[in-house]
Design a protein around this ligand. Structure first.
Ligand code: NDP
Length: 261
């Protein structure tokens, strides 16, 4: 399938590892120039160099904390100067939480609101003018199945990811007139550090068996997705082949969602 992505420019937050890096690599394999943004600039730059070597496309790693508005402005300036704007924005940076509503302080709520919601608002505001100049674009937000089917230990994650889904719908309505398509993906279990590190802390050497148990318990498919399986779907949604996909929420969860939405 010809995706028509070659030559485009994509900004991927949380692009230095996990799902974000897999999306960056997947887009680069289609000839997209990619900007990987994460707090650890060295890791972002290393991965960007590896992408350039592997895919022969321009790739840039940038140190950005997406909860800091000044960092977002600086990223937009870099993208404008280097590429004259972006065609694709993937709001992917995020992480799970662990708390009770009764005990979590306001500051924690604010941090995750900034990370999962305001980062997408601010990055959209910063990059949409460039997309308009370039004749259209794609914004793809990475929320979670937890936006609909909450996990008990992480209410702040569940609530802020649900807000990201609603933001996506509203932004889609606001921007489709400019030829900018906004959608959101709700992944289920994806094998990344966000699962592996806590599993190691919980089960030590037996972390893989522990995670196999998690997958058997939760996902009818009985296993985790690889980041690359998730990325294939993101790359499709970023492409012209998904031209009629607007304002939708897509579950990629191995059957985990227990209701019909
Ligand atoms: P990882 O923990 O593997 O990677 C997270 C990425 O986000 C890293 O690049 C990290 O880099 C970056 N990041 C974290 N905080 C910030 C910040 N403040 N500013 C900029 N970058 C940041 O995560 P996953 O790949 O597992 O998850 C990616 C997204 O997918 C998240 O939004 C997550 O909620 C969602 N998701 C994941 C699922 C899973 O099972 N793995 C399931 C459902 C949704 P650095 O630390 O250098 O900043």
């Amino acid at each position: 399938m010809e995706l028509g992505l070659a030559g485009r420019v994509a900004v991927i937050t949380g692009g230095s590892t996990g799902i974000g890096l897999a999306v960056g690599r997947g887009l680069a394999a289609e000839g997209v120039r990619v900007v990987l943004a994460a707090r650890d600039g060295d890791r972002s730059r290393r991965e960007a160099e590896a992408i350039t070597e592997e895919c022969s496309v321009e790739a840039l790693g940038v140190a950005v904390d997406v909860t800091v508005p000044a960092d977002i402005d600086a990223l937009a300036d870099i993208v404008d100067e280097r590429f004259g704007g972006a065609d694709i924005l993937v709001n992917n940076a995020g992480t799970g939480t662990n708390e009770t509503i009764m005990e979590a302080p306001d500051e924690k709520w604010q941090h995750y609101w900034d990370l999962h919601v305001m980062a997408a608002v601010r990055l959209s505001r910063a990059l949409v003018p460039g997309m308009r100049r370039r004749g259209g674009g794609v914004i793809l937000n990475n929320a979670s199945i937890c936006a609909t089917q909450p996990l008990g230990h992480e209410p702040i994650y569940n609530v802020t990811k649900a807000a990201l889904v609603m933001l996506s719908k509203n932004l889609a309505n606001e921007l489709i007139g400019d030829g900018i398509r906004v959608n959101v993906v709700n992944p289920g279990l994806v094998m990344t550090a966000g699962w592996i590190e806590p599993a190691r802390a919980e089960a030590g050497e037996a972390w893989e068996a522990y995670l196999e148990g998690v997958a058997r318990e939760k996902a009818p498919i009985g296993r985790f997705a690889t980041p690359e399986e998730m990325a294939d779907f993101f790359v499709f949604l970023c492409s012209d082949r998904a031209a009629y996909c607007v304002g939708s929420t897509y579950y990629v969860d191995g059957g985990w969602l227990g209701v019909v939405t």
